[in-house]
Design a protein around this ligand. Structure first.
Ligand code: 13P
Length: 251
């Protein structure tokens, strides 16, 4: 099955960087990928990127949504607005949202419900801190976050979960392949139990995914794709990761 490869541009990228997305789309038009590909730019670029990516193999997503449809929430953007602007998916509960904006699992679950109501596919992020990993609590923490961040409303819906160990994000280090496989297998089992009649949600790995390590990570059967930060900003790196996903499913 094809992998899901999502680029999270975070608070990077300006008008000129839309050309990077154009280059990704052009390469995928020349040589289609087995992977489903999406780019999540900042809110201010989202509409323009969605117009440029219309009719290409690159979907466009948001990096966050507000839990309400509309209202007096200065500076926030609702899921319905993002859908209207051309988004088809939304990253929700990223650890940078959880730390920068103190988002709790309950708030993440409410945002996931809002995304579903607006026809956005939620990509729900989970992950342990370095201290939790060192204390042997990684699995417990991630399973608890999954339980509390994933609302029952996901039953029967398309969604994805991204396992992003916080200590691996932007750090140039990743867990071992065995550690990644362990967490992903446990998450898959938890999702099967919780949502038995739902198409299995891909479980993405995120945290320092690069062209150099993508093939090994994506070759793990438990890994349904990648959530890519820094290496999604340049078309050449992002395409190398997409092609690594192709290589992983071809072998
Ligand atoms: P990096 O790929 O830059 O480590 O970021 C990972 C991430 O947080 C993606 O959401």
């Amino acid at each position: 099955m094809g992998k899901l490869i999502i680029g999270n541009w975070k608070m990077h990228g300006a008008s000129r960087d839309l050309a990077e997305a154009d280059a990704v789309a052009a390469d995928l038009a020349r040589r289609p990928s087995s992977a489903r590909v999406a780019i999540c730019p900042s809110f201010v670029l989202l509409h323009r990127l969605a117009e440029r990516m219309a009719g290409t193999a690159v979907a466009v997503g948001a990096q966050d949504v507000h839990a309400n449809d509309q209202g007096a929430h200065t500076g926030d953007v609702s899921a319905a607005m993002l859908h209207d602007a051309g988004a088809s998916l939304a990253i929700i509960g990223h650890s940078e949202r959880r730390s920068d904006h103190f988002e709790t699992c309950d708030q993440v679950a409410a945002k996931v419900r809002a995304a579903l109501a607006a026809d956005l596919e939620p990509i729900v992020c989970l992950g342990e801190t370095l201290q939790e990993r060192r204390e042997g609590l990684a699995l417990e923490v991630v399973l608890r976050q999954a339980r509390d961040s994933l609302p029952d409303a996901l039953a029967g819906k398309d969604f994805a979960v991204a396992y992003e160990p916080i200590w691996a994000i932007g750090a140039g280090v990743t867990p071992s392949l065995g550690e990644i496989a362990e967490i992903h297998a446990a998450l898959a089992q938890a999702l099967r139990q919780r949502f038995p009649n739902t198409r299995p949600a891909p479980i993405l790995y995120g945290g320092s995914v690069k062209p150099a390590n993508a093939r090994d990570i994506l070759a793990l059967a438990e890994v349904g794709g990648a959530l890519v930060g820094a290496a999604s900003l340049k078309a050449s790196d992002f395409l190398a990761i997409i092609r690594a996903a192709d290589a992983a499913v071809a072998r």
